[in-house]
Ligand binder design. Structure first.
Ligand code: URA
Length: 297
């Protein structure tokens, strides 16, 4: 009943569950913080975000043919990488192994190894694409403009670098920020897979479609992969790990209207973390840190 004694109509904001109102308020704050300043649709995206978050899909069908990366499994550098990665018993050993590994051609043109950042004990592991200029300089993933946006995205669902571990599909910067080749991806893959085996995250987040190509053998683009829940099979009899694909922040810097979908994906991830009992901090909305589309790496 409302103050007039009449029954509350379904459109009465006072009758909406607090969680929905809270999600709508957070969504609007997030859009404003991300620089979205106009509305092109009148339908409520937040409520469809909530229902999309509930609609999780099973693992994709096994690819009928090996992916371009899978087809390189017996190439010399890939075999060498696999043997070396398997021999690593800790993250430190893996770092030392990569420092002496000479079979990935990217190493010749990069300044330094750029393997990971964040907390190796975190239950959430993010896998991006490839280091850019700033990452190559600092030796840490996602520290350039797209990393700043990634930090702001994570903050909206109470995550920061103390609560996630971040790595990439390749560990040296491709020259001129070009996309990594299938051979470069295949050569780094054993080290990526070994990181997952060693650190045993509870959730994987593929930042952009390349990581999903490498780790799931997916052939679809990111727009078809996002919004779904996959299962990454780590092998060795270990249980499957839930995996999500989100838009790469460099893409969002170029296509800001897609932030609406990115927000839905973050809500879906947040819901999965809650379901798995993974602790997060309070949602935060970080000020913009100079990330611009022009300088996206
Ligand atoms: N883009 C990525 O995918 N990874 C980085 O580390 C930086 C930019």
């Amino acid at each position: 009943m409302n103050g007039t004694g009449a029954a509350a109509s379904p459109r009465d904001p006072a009758a909406e569950p607090a969680a929905v109102r809270c999600a709508v308020a957070a969504w609007l704050d997030w859009l404003a913080a991300m620089g979205v300043d106009c509305c092109l649709e009148t339908v409520g995206a937040a409520s469809s975000a909530a229902s999309e978050a509930e609609r999780v899909e099973p693992a994709p069908a096994e690819p009928s043919r090996p992916s371009p990366i899978g087809r390189l499994a017996e190439a010399g550098p890939v075999v060498g990488a696999r043997e070396l990665a398997r021999s690593c018993r800790s993250l430190d050993e893996l770092i030392r192994a990569l420092e002496s590994f000479e079979l990935c051609p990217l190493k010749a043109t990069a300044t330094r190894l750029c393997l990971s950042d964040g907390n190796p004990a975190a239950r959430v592991m993010l896998v991006g694409e490839a280091p850019g200029v700033e990452e190559d300089r600092q030796g840490k993933p996602f520290v350039g403009p797209s990393g700043k946006l990634l930090d702001r995205m994570l903050a909206t669902i109470g995550l920061d670098r103390s609560r996630v571990y971040i790595t990439n599909t390749v560990f040296w910067r491709p020259p001129g920020n070009r996309a990594p080749t299938a051979l470069e991806l295949a050569t780094c893959l054993p080290f990526l897979e070994r990181q997952i085996e060693l650190l045993q995250p509870a959730v994987l987040v593929f930042v952009g479609g390349i990581a999903a190509k490498a780790l799931l053998g997916a052939s679809d683009g990111v727009t078809r992969l996002r919004g779904r829940r996959f299962r990454y099979e780590p092998g060795g009899g270990r249980p499957a790990i839930p995996a999500f694909v989100i838009f790469h922040p460099a893409y969002l810097l170029r296509q800001p209207m897609q932030k609406k979908l990115a927000w839905r994906d973050l809500l879906q991830l947040s819901e999965e973390l809650r379901r798995l009992g993974i602790e997060t901090g309070p949602p935060r909305f970080l000020p913009r840190g100079g990330a611009t589309a022009e300088h996206a790496s």
